[in-house]
Design a protein around this ligand. Structure first.
Ligand SMILES: C[S@@+](CC[C@H](N)C(=O)[O-])C[C@H]1O[C@@H](n2cnc3c(N)ncnc32)[C@H](O)[C@@H]1O
Length: 563
């Protein structure tokens, strides 16, 4: 087991992404990366030295007598150099190791060596959490072969910068967070790597590998093989495995001459899911939600607990009526397919905190002033959201949305028409239909999202969060499959939508979904020729069960082609 980073403080741990890799994962990567006794290998953020030890072991296994000569490394942390001294009995060549920011190193620093492989587990620091020096370092990287999208995390810059040091035919093996396959910048990076390596394989581990250091971050092992070669398919393979054992077996199949070029074959059920998804999305009449509507997060107040009050609290504070704007604060308050005035009245009766203290019309009213003054001054001055507003208590409101979409859900998302004409907080997404979207299409979209097709695509596009909740970011929501036929019987659709709404309100979600399925299959009959309602429901259940038991196994190929 790697030595813990006992010399680092907790603050350091967060800022430098100091989470050392489990021994076995590092061993798998090093055994794969080191091919001959002469290979020179670089670990750009070696930390507890677990990779360095396994590189040495793999070199010895290939016949090297003085493996430490071929091991190179870098780390910013003092603790890493204590680990280094303890890891090599024979000592280590000082000129091979740098206590520097890797992103500032150039080929000349490593005597222009082009490495046979780079391996490691770079710091997982989100763009949001980067400190000023880290931001300056990523901004200084002007000559990256792969350009990264603006808000990429630090680890992505490590991977991209590493390409400067890798020789033709070389390999890279990384332990990365799930954001490699879940974020736009991650998928973009993966897609670009697939263009410059013969084989790129991202192995998603269902097992949480960093639980021992108190993080629930999911793990992806990224293996890039044969730099600068033509990749026939131009695609990365994304494969799910249960745990470290299955991962080792899989990488074992990739290693060595005979299996070079072997494509990993997903299990039958995963292929069926991937095929069903492709079949449905290529059916004429089936569209992405984002083609017909924009999806944005709700109003960001910066302090929902302060700005949203209940009716009784507002009364107690004597806040004037003009300062109180009804809001949808929690998605569960929208129970069906429509949010009606009667739903708002119910929230008020229940004394839910659903009134936003809106100061735009009555900022100078003494009761409003008194309430604003109650906000702690220190907290106010350090609140990042407030800093972005012209007046700290007036968040940008935008226009009232046409509909709402759930952000996190135990089952699946729902699109709710905003008949009550209210805003919502950022725990709910706002949906704005594109101009000229007919009443028929609006209904068809709401019905589609609760149908099995909508729910199935949401499982594939969204991500599992916390204890298995399905989390759907706006960009993912736009990928949800919906039906939008050119014409249909509007009156009939309205009646069906009302029936679905009524079923949802009494908790009959499965019946509501089955009714939505018949509507969707009637609106676009061609779907039935591609997949039956029954089989699609079975596949949805498989996906949901995997998510709730954290066993998501979908193989998603060619993410770059997503709209
Ligand atoms: C996730 S830990 C991984 C350590 C080691 N690679 C492992 O797998 O156990 C990330 C490491 O990156 C180092 N680090 C953070 N920022 C760095 C930078 N800019 N340059 C080099 N190393 C850095 C940290 O000190 C830490 O040791």
């Amino acid at each position: 087991m790697p030595a813990p980073a006992t010399l680092a403080t907790l603050e350091n741990q967060r800022q430098l992404g100091l989470y050392y890799t489990p021994d076995q994962l590092s061993e798998i990567i090093c055994a794969w990366a080191v091919r001959t006794s002469r290979d020179q290998i670089l670990e750009p953020s070696f930390g507890g030295c677990v990779f360095l030890r396994h590189i040495s072991k793999a070199l010895v296994g290939r016949g090297a007598r003085k493996p430490e000569r071929n091991v190179f490394g870098c780390d910013v942390e003092k603790a890493a150099f204590f680990h280094l001294a303890a890891s090599f009995d024979e000592g280590f060549p000082e000129e091979n190791f740098f206590k520097r920011d890797f992103l500032r190193l150039r080929r000349e620093d490593f005597r222009n060596i082009m490495f046979d492989a780079l391996v490691g587990n770079p710091p997982y620091v989100s763009y949001h959490n980067m400190n000023a020096a880290q931001r300056r370092a990523v901004r200084s990287l002007k000559d990256l072969e792969i350009k990264l999208q603006g808000r990429a995390s630090l680890w992505a810059y490590f991977v991209a910068h590493s390409l400067h040091f890798l020789k033709h035919g070389g390999r890279m093996g990384w332990i990365l967070p799930g954001s490699l396959v879940h974020t736009d910048y991650g998928v973009d990076l993966l897609t670009n790597l697939a263009k410059i390596f013969r084989q790129v394989t991202a192995i998603k581990l269902q097992q949480r590998c960093f639980g021992h250091v108190g993080t629930d971050e999911s793990t992806v092992m990224l293996l890039c093989e044969d730099r600068s070669s033509f990749n026939e398919s131009g695609k990365a393979d994304i494969v799910d495995v249960k745990g470290v054992g299955e991962c080792a077996a899989l990488v074992g199949r990739l290693t060595g001459g005979i299996d070079r070029g072997l494509r990993i074959v997903p299990s039958d059920i995963d292929s069926e899911i991937a095929n069903a998804y492709d079949e449905i999305r290529s059916t004429p009449g089936v569209r992405r939600l984002g083609e017909l509507a924009g999806v944005k997060i709700g109003v960001v107040t910066g302090a929902n607990k302060f700005f949203l009050v209940s009716q009784s609290k507002a009364k107690g504070l004597g806040l004037p009526k003009e300062a109180l704007l009804p809001f949808l604060c929690r998605f569960y308050q929208a129970k069906g397919l429509f949010l009606k005035e009667s739903d708002l009245n119910e929230m008020l009766l229940e004394d839910d905190a659903c009134l936003f203290v809106d100061t735009r019309e009555c900022e100078y009213d003494h009761r409003v002033q008194k309430y604003l003054k109650a906000f702690d001054t220190v907290a106010r001055e350090s609140n990042e959201t407030f800093k972005k507003n012209e007046k700290w208590h007036q968040p940008p409101m935008g226009t009232i949305p046409d509909a709402f979409l759930s952000y996190m859900h135990h089952t699946g998302p729902r699109l709710v028409s905003n008949e009550a004409n209210v805003y919502c907080t950022n725990s709910v997404h706002r949906v704005y239909f594109k101009p000229r979207i007919s009443a028929l299409h609006r209904l068809a979209l709401a019905i589609s999202v609760v149908s099995t097709i909508g729910q199935f695509s949401a499982e594939i596009e969204g991500r599992s969060y916390g204890s298995g909740v399905l989390k759907i970011e706006p960009s993912e929501a736009k990928q949800i499959l919906v039906v939008a036929p050119p014409q249909a019987d509007l009156g009939k659709l309205r009646a069906q939508a009302r029936e679905i709404d009524a079923l949802l309100r009494v908790g009959q979600a499965v019946k509501a979904r089955c009714l939505a399925d018949s509507c969707v299959y009637n609106l676009v009959p061609a779907i039935a020729r591609r997949i039956s309602q029954t089989r699609l429901r079975e596949l949805l259940i498989i996906l949901r069960n995997r998510r709730t038991s954290k066993l998501k196994l979908v193989v998603r190929k060619d993410d770059a082609s997503r709209v």
